[in-house]
Design a protein around this ligand. Structure first.
Ligand code: ZN
Length: 482
């Protein structure tokens, strides 16, 4: 193998891959190992891995081509059934592969919601019919019809193979139902995934409650609406766990410093709580709604406080871009930094995209009317690598939070070696190859999601995905690798 060489089989999507790759930086979070090396894939299996040392390793560092296990997304909205104009299972899996993901957990807030076992089979059939080798895992609804009035058929859903339960899109508002959901999910060995939001504080809310919302005249979505829900969920978990030892709570898309601190304390107390953050809550802030386009870490002063984008004269884009409306909202630079710090110290288990595609008619409207969500599964790696490049997150920790971190959240439901086993000789190749040195610019032509627009269009990002191999088969290949 020669330095920097990627020999390709020219395979078609869905067919087994043969690959000789040398002169790359390998990261294997499962074994904790990283360094210069290469690997050989034959007929979809990792035949050999060579870790290089001495002269052979000269000039190979983690700033160029990186090979890692395929990414696992705990949280994506694929919109099928019900809103196929925004995304389908097929288009969503194609976009996922373009983002480096080989496993995607689909949220059940489709129309109708995935609250019965037979619907899980239909989703799986659509994934198979798509021809994509990206693995679709389904999250089942926690309450019937996601109506928040009685539990869904959790046992039936578990038998059908769901990997967790969630009413995402909405919180489980009734505390008695949350208690029962945690207990039954725990007995079934599955996590309860909550979208923490106190709806009593967010009616009509448009943007993070703070300077930007005040100046722009947008209705505020206070931090406390998330923090109060996180605190409630953890308190209930603590009681349920005393009776049901398997009860597990996963808090998704945390966005505030105080929420991260609650999870930090709960973990220290030994509770079975896990959480994820999204790339956009790490890298973007509410000042983007005013027209700023600097990264979250560039918006902090030396004392760690959010700067004033008006005083800094950094407003360069039109304000009120509906593509920036998201739930929870983009927060302050302090909150984004707390999410990054939580990720770095292990409080945050996973980076999840909350990929939420919408059609143009649902997004290209007055800010407060835009449907919440960012179609971010293809730009997730780029945002994370921007934070890595800024020195705020070690690369291996970022990769861990995209691979074995979410795998641990799923636990046994992740399926061990049938998923992203890591860089292991003899295992099916399930990996992503990306070039940190190659920047790319997302635009309507390069993105494969059906979702409209997005705040990152036209903005160069770090880290181009060259190749994604899922379960030994080609999932995505950059048409023009560096
Ligand atoms: Zn949500």
């Amino acid at each position: 193998m020669t330095s920097g060489t990627i020999l390709r089989a020219g395979a078609e999507v869905g067919t087994p891959v043969d690959l000789d790759l040398g002169g790359a930086w390998l990261i294997d979070p499962g074994s904790g190992r990283q360094g210069p090396g290469g690997l050989v894939v034959r007929d979809g299996r990792i035949e050999s891995i060579a870790w290089l040392a001495g002269d052979d390793a000269a000039g190979i560092d983690d700033a160029g081509v990186v090979v890692a296990p395929g990414f696992v997304d705990l949280h994506a909205h694929l919109r099928e059934p019900g809103n196929e104009a925004a995304e389908t299972i097929a288009s969503g899996l194609t976009a996922a592969a373009h983002g480096g993901f080989t496993t995607v957990c689909a949220m059940p807030n489709t129309t109708p919601p995935i609250d019965r076992g037979a619907m899980v089979g239909a989703a799986r059939a659509a994934a198979i019919a798509s021809g994509s080798p990206v693995r679709l895992l389904q999250v089942g609804a926690a309450t019937a019809g996601r109506a928040g009035e009685r539990l869904a058929e959790l046992g039936e859903l578990a038998d059908a193979g769901v990997v967790g339960f969630s009413d995402d899109g909405s919180p489980i508002q009734r505390s008695d139902l949350l208690r029962n959901a945690l207990a039954y999910a725990g007995m079934l060995g599955l996590p309860l995934i909550d979208h923490p939001e106190d709806l009593g504080q967010t009616s009509g809310a448009e943007a993070n409650d703070g300077l930007v919302a005040t100046v722009l005249g947008l209705r505020g979505w206070p931090s406390s609406a998330e923090v109060a829900a996180v605190a409630r969920d953890i308190e209930i978990l603590a009681e349920v766990a005393a009776d049901v030892s398997g009860a597990r709570l996963h808090l998704t898309h945390l966005s505030t410093a105080a929420s991260i601190e609650h999870v930090r304390r709960a973990k220290a107390a030994g509770l079975a709580v896990t959480c994820d953050v999204t790339p956009h809550h790490l890298a973007l802030t509410d000042e983007w709604i005013a027209g700023s386009r600097r990264w979250a870490w560039q918006a902090l002063d030396d004392d760690g406080r959010a700067r004033d984008p008006w005083r800094d004269h950094v407003l360069e884009a039109d304000p009120f871009d509906g593509s920036l409306r998201v739930n929870p909202p983009l927060r302050s630079a302090e909150d984004a930094r707390a999410c990054l710090d939580g990720l770095a110290d292990g409080t945050v288990d996973a980076i999840a995209t909350d990929h939420a595609p919408h059609t143009q008619v649902d997004k290209d409207v007055e800010f407060g009317l835009a449907r919440p969500g960012i179609a971010g599964i293809e730009t997730a790696l780029g945002l994370v690598l921007e934070a890595v490049g800024a020195g705020l997150l070690p690369l291996d920790r970022a990769i861990e939070a995209l691979t074995v971190g979410p795998g641990r959240v799923l636990g046994g439901a992740f399926g061990g070696t049938s998923g992203s086993a890591g860089l292991v000789e003899g295992a099916p190749a399930d990996l992503v190859v990306f070039d940190r040195a190659a920047r790319w610019t997302p635009d309507a032509a390069s993105l494969l999601t059906r979702g409209w627009g997005g705040p990152l269009l036209g903005r160069p990002l770090a880290g181009r995905v060259l190749l994604t191999i899922a379960a030994g088969r080609l999932a995505c290949e950059d048409p023009a690798p560096a």
